[in-house]
Design a protein around this ligand. Structure first.
Ligand code: DSN
Length: 415
């Protein structure tokens, strides 16, 4: 960062401190991962400055021969990796991707059925606080109170009554697999489009370690920086017949020039996701998530839905008399980064919560396995039940620092 340090030492220092923070803390945010250096290099490349409105071969700026080559390569890789008819890689984010899908095939005021945010859905799936809820009429399905899994009969019942134009499957804090076949069948039965938002699980899908929604859905959206390890950005996959509408909605409908530097990183991430090491890491991600779930269960915590099928675990803290906000703060003070999370039927407010959401991608990317996860569970439990006892917290902090040093994110690591 020589040039940055010369031009703006203040920002350079903030970036260096952030890098140190990432190295010296354990990242258990389920929506995050550690991107390889090659991704960061592509993101910081000269493509940051190129204007390239339009699509390969149909640009509104000259000088796009390499931009075209890059975008065509990335599209080809995405189609191959996910077995999709068509990929649009220009959305700046997952929310942009979802908005583009809605506006491609729906009219303002149309009806959409999606999962409730408080049961694991996403803001952009029509939460009242999201602009999406101002444009379309949303109804939400939730989880079965006993199993804490999607109640497909409820989805069917609401769909028959509400007659949605689109059904969304996909979530940001649902630890179980979704039966896309049933969701597609319900969507077909009411002539609705099926959109699957697989932002959290795209890496697991790419590696083929959990089922893919692509054969079942009209549209699949995702972000590239979560399990997929590709840095920030959004993607839309769709059936061939929707490709033209999606293209037009993204450009000129909702965006101008694409972020070609992020598009370069997406191309790299799709290549890396086809390698055997990626699959091994995604398998380990599943194993580590299971190890977190069973570890916390043994310590007397309730695990929402009784376990996990993916990269995340929702821990109900009430048996320990804790709330999510207190746990999040205590854990951050010892170098363990998680987020507080509502659990289904949570009696606490969304900024307090009764749960924490734990993701395994970050520690898996550092090369950690079951032994380390078991130790991290011990450390988390000790910290959370210690409250503000500084002697106990000090010991945990030291152990977290030792673990981070033993499993660096970048230095000497494959990344
Ligand atoms: N969707 C948010 C989350 O799951 O934390 C961040 O992208």
């Amino acid at each position: 960062m020589q040039h940055l340090s010369n031009d703006d030492p203040e920002v350079a220092r903030i970036i260096q401190r952030e890098e140190a923070r990432m190295e010296n803390t354990l990242d258990l945010i389920a929506a995050e991962n550690h991107a390889p250096r090659s991704i960061l290099e592509a993101q910081g490349s000269i493509f940051s400055t190129k204007a390239a409105e339009g699509y390969p071969g149909r640009r509104f700026h000259a000088g796009c021969m390499f931009a075209d080559e890059l975008e065509n390569l990335a599209i080809k890789r995405a189609g191959h990796l996910f077995g999709a008819d068509h990929a649009n890689l220009q959305p700046h984010s997952g929310v942009s991707a979802n908005l583009a899908v809605y506006f491609s095939v729906l009219d303002v005021g149309d009806r959409i059925l999606s999962m409730k945010l408080s049961h694991g859905g996403h803001l952009s799936h029509g939460d009242p606080s999201s602009v999406t809820s101002h444009c379309f009429k949303f109804r939400h399905y939730g989880l079965d109170a006993q199993t804490e899994r999607i109640d497909y009969e409820e989805v069917r019942r609401i769909a028959e009554e509400f007659k949605p134009h689109m059904i969304i499957a996909g979530a940001s804090s649902y630890p179980r697999l979704i039966d896309y076949q049933i969701m597609a069948e319900v969507a077909r039965s009411v002539s609705a489009y099926l959109l699957v938002d697989m932002a959290h699980i795209a890496g697991l899908v790419a590696a083929g370690v959990i089922p893919s929604p692509v054969p079942h859905a009209d549209f699949v959206t995702f972000t590239t920086y979560k399990t997929l390890k590709g840095g920030r950005g959004g993607v839309i996959l769709c059936k061939k017949e929707h490709a033209g509408k999606i293209s037009k909605t993204i450009f000129p409908g909702a965006q101008g020039t694409p972020a070609l530097n992020l598009l370069a990183a997406k191309a790299v991430c799709f290549k890396l996701a086809m390698e055997s090491g990626f699959k091994k890491e995604q398998i380990k991600t599943l194993e580590n998530a299971n190890a977190f779930a069973s570890g916390f269960e043994k310590k007397g915590y309730r695990i929402v839905s009784g376990g996990t099928d993916n990269h995340l675990v929702l821990v109900d803290l009430r048996s320990k008399g804790l709330t999510g906000d207190v746990a999040e703060k205590t854990l951050e003070s010892v170098g363990i980064v998680v987020n507080r999370n509502v659990i289904p039927g949570d009696p606490e407010k969304p900024d307090v919560t009764s749960g924490i959401r734990i993701g395994s991608p970050g520690v898996t990317a550092r090369g950690m396995g079951g032994v380390e996860v078991a130790r991290i569970v011990e450390l988390m439990d000790t910290a959370m039940v210690s409250g503000d006892r500084s002697d106990a917290l000090g010991t945990v902090s030291q152990e977290v620092a030792d673990l981070c040093q033993g499993f660096p994110v970048y230095k000497g690591h494959r990344s």
